[in-house]
Write a protein that binds this ligand. Structure first.
Ligand code: ZN
Length: 215
């Protein structure tokens, strides 16, 4: 997609920008994260920060701002907007995409793999764009179910495919280090759109190709 060059607006009328279809959330604020990290440590009881912890608030702020929730600054719709004409309509599967996210309930990480598939309509997208879209959506505070659904919706909105599917397998730290304290438990979620919803054969093909045990 060509980006329109700025400039040459009609005299006396300011060019109004069309509202973006996918509004980008405000995103994290490093300064406020730094302050929050200091307060969090104080709340734990770490007030006079010892030598080895002096840089901890800044490290925490940088990690959250620059990496852990950096996905708020990325728009999956934009990432998936560069498409090419599809010559045929064969199933495309990108499996074992590693991701890390943070659960909305405890602010603890959950991590695992996402498997994404689509049955192209008129458009194809670069495979690396799919992994980047998963990254943009996972590097936020998330629910695994919502993440899975959002991946499918982003694909459906950008590519208008015949069908789209996503399966996510993850381990949640909030289940292994607190609460049930069950290490190794994996949560599996899936979401489907279009033909994947109506065709059990297509769904089992997807599950088989992404390594799920299917009867
Ligand atoms: Zn949780």
């Amino acid at each position: 997609m060509a980006r329109r060059a700025g400039g040459a607006s009609r005299r006396g009328s300011r060019r109004r920008r069309a509202p973006r279809r996918t509004a980008r959330p405000a995103g994290p604020d490093r300064g406020r994260l730094l302050e929050a990290a200091r307060r969090f440590l104080a709340a734990i009881g770490e007030t006079g920060l010892r030598r080895d912890m002096r840089k901890t608030p800044a490290r925490v702020a940088d990690a959250w701002n620059g990496e852990i929730v950096s996905g708020y600054r990325s728009d999956p719709g934009r990432i998936l907007s560069r498409t090419i004409k599809a010559q045929d309509h064969d199933l495309v599967v990108v499996r074992d995409i590693p991701f890390t996210s943070v659960c909305v309930h405890h602010l603890l990480p959950f991590h695992g793999t996402a498997h994404v598939a689509y049955l192209p309509g008129d458009r194809l997208v670069g495979l690396s764009k799919i992994t980047r879209a998963v990254d943009a959506l996972s590097r936020r505070l998330q629910l695994q179910e919502r993440l899975t659904r959002q991946v499918v919706e982003a694909l459906a909105a950008s590519l208008r495919p015949i069908g789209a599917a996503c399966r996510v397998e993850a381990e949640h730290l909030c289940m292994s280090i607190r609460g049930a304290r069950k290490t190794g438990t994996r949560v599996v979620t899936s979401a489907y759109a279009g033909r994947f919803r109506t065709s059990p054969a297509l769904r089992s093909e997807f599950l088989r190709l992404t390594g799920a045990r299917v009867r």
